[in-house]
Design a protein around this ligand. Structure first.
Ligand SMILES: [Zn+2]
Length: 144
């Protein structure tokens, strides 16, 4: 069980894939709904850590506020000294509402990549039974 490199896991996280195995859409069954484990490798979200969502929220704040602050700074620099407040608010306020919704799943998979780098994976972190059960359910033929 070798850990993928940080860059590889971050890229997988940015693509909303499982940072560990690269499974596509492995954790999310919808944009906002997630499974308890990766549907490809069985890795659980929570690996004995109850504060996982806090890390994901911090990542969401960083990848949301960073572009907003940058856009605000560029807008102020371009329109200085007569700062175009209303046009900037017309663009940035909707962006401040929509951007967190757009990056929601990526914030989880990206945080998962950092979490996997900081805390080594243990065999108990995988829910192999759920994966095997899903495969059996999908492969099962019609009931006799
Ligand atoms: Zn996985």
């Amino acid at each position: 069980m070798t850990r993928p490199g940080l860059l590889r896991m971050v890229l997988r996280g940015l693509l909303r894939r499982c940072p560990w195995c690269g499974g596509r859409g492995a954790f999310f069954t919808g944009w906002f709904t997630k499974a308890t484990h990766c549907r490809s490798c069985g890795l659980r979200w929570r690996r004995g850590d109850v504060g996982f969502e806090l890390g994901a929220a911090a990542v969401a704040a960083m990848i949301t506020l960073g572009p907003l602050v940058l856009a605000l700074a560029i807008g102020m620099a371009i329109t200085w000294p007569d700062i175009a407040v209303v046009p900037m608010l017309a663009v940035l306020v909707p962006a401040a509402v929509l951007l967190p919704l757009a990056v929601y799943p990526v914030s989880y998979t990206l945080w998962q990549a950092f979490d996997l780098t900081m805390r080594p994976v243990e065999p108990d972190d995988f829910d192999i039974g759920a994966i095997v059960g899903e495969d059996l359910d999908e492969g099962a033929g019609p009931e006799p």
